[in-house]
Write a protein that binds this ligand. Sequence first.
Ligand SMILES: NC(=O)c1ccc[n+]([C@@H]2O[C@H](COP(=O)([O-])OP(=O)(O)OC[C@H]3O[C@@H](n4cnc5c(N)ncnc54)[C@H](O)[C@@H]3O)[C@@H](O)[C@H]2O)c1
Length: 434
Amino acid sequence: MSNPSGIATAAHPLPSYLDPQHLGPWGIYLQQVDRVTPYLGSLARWVETLKRPKRALIVDVPIELDNGTIAHFEGYRVQHNLSRGPGKGGVRFHQDVTLSEVMALSAWMSVKNAAVNVPYGGAKGGIRVDPRTLSTGELERLTRRYTSEIGLLIGPTKDIPAPDVNTNGQIMAWMMDTYSMNVGATATGVVTGKPVDIGGSLGRVEATGRGVFTVGVEAAKLTGLAIEGARVAVQGFGNVGGTAGKLFAEAGAKVVAVQDHTGTVYNASGLDVPALLAHVKAQGGVGGFAGGERMAPEEFWGVACDILIPAALEGQITKDNASRIQARMVIEGANGPTTPEADDILNDKGVLVLPDVIANAGGVTVSYFEWVQDFSSFFWTEDEINARLVHIMQNAFAAIWQVAQENKVSLRTATFIVACKRILHAREVRGLYP
Ligand SMILES: NC(=O)c1ccc[n+]([C@@H]2O[C@H](COP(=O)([O-])OP(=O)(O)OC[C@H]3O[C@@H](n4cnc5c(N)ncnc54)[C@H](O)[C@@H]3O)[C@@H](O)[C@H]2O)c1
């Protein structure tokens, strides 16, 4: 059963650098591996591979602050598994980043990349810093020094970072430039999520939200839920939630509630999504939007709706609010928004959860397109990119749905079955070196 503290309950032989009492997000990931192990057949003999990251690099990132003092930050890059290809995964700048979190996020990238069958392993990076406390110059120096420090691991054919929480196209541009300076040649393919003018891809900004919408539509078809008129509630109205909300509204759904860090707005007849997006752009959040009523933050989870899209932070749907959720379907736009306990409550209530490892995989899918375009120096149109994205997401979701039906398991476990089999099969056919 679930174990939100992340403490290892099963007899996991842990690497010595992990403390069994304080496993954090890595402990949640290990529970997910335990749930999938009975379905791996003969590949189960390789399962220990999934429980240890291939490499974890911890770096000191010193920079000179604008006031002349020297500050040191902890940086990480973890490559969880490279059996299917180079590492791929974002870089997070956040004051709560830990080795355990980066390890778990890198493992979820292995699963996500295998679930949509892009030829990547899983990796993730981060710096333990609140970037809002830094000036632009300090942020650039931090990014460049970090990139240099992890330079022995990353590269277009080795490990390709991308944006994550608090990192963006500008930071990817500095990373690409720093790596290029160090190797002596412009290497656009070392990171994805770059600005379009320096090898970025059209469609990348909207890709994750478009993927959320695509799997939502597929699941709605399979469960007899009409998108036209469906009531949608979205937490987080940034890149992922804003795009998903816009696409659902364009398809005829009613976005009845939106919550972000500035407030919660509600309108039973449907919020005017383009007007709300314009308000967020101008004001920095949904708070103060005139086209809806204000709602107390905790009421958001009990709002009458058909589809709920958590697209903000981790750990939002918990044992304390899961039983109040009225939606028929939860689509995880954010990474890790549902705790394992809440997952079980939703499952018992018959709420269909489309898990992050497939629902938000649209971002890495278009990152893959960006990398392919950079290698060939030939760029595709936005229509081509969107069509290929939808095709990949639909096929991946159909395969996972079938595995869930056949094994009578949740879509999360089904995604892990599909992905872990692909990862371990790659390991098996490659063989163990030496
Ligand atoms: N951008 C991508 O391509 C991508 C890909 C995969 C997963 N994700 C995940 O999706 C999530 C959102 O990412 P994003 O790129 O949209 O970020 P973003 O910064 O564009 O938007 C984040 C949103 O969350 C809201 N938010 C922050 N704190 C909140 C709080 N306490 N309560 C309610 N809302 C809050 C913000 O107001 C904002 O609307 C993250 O978990 C991220 O890891 C993003």
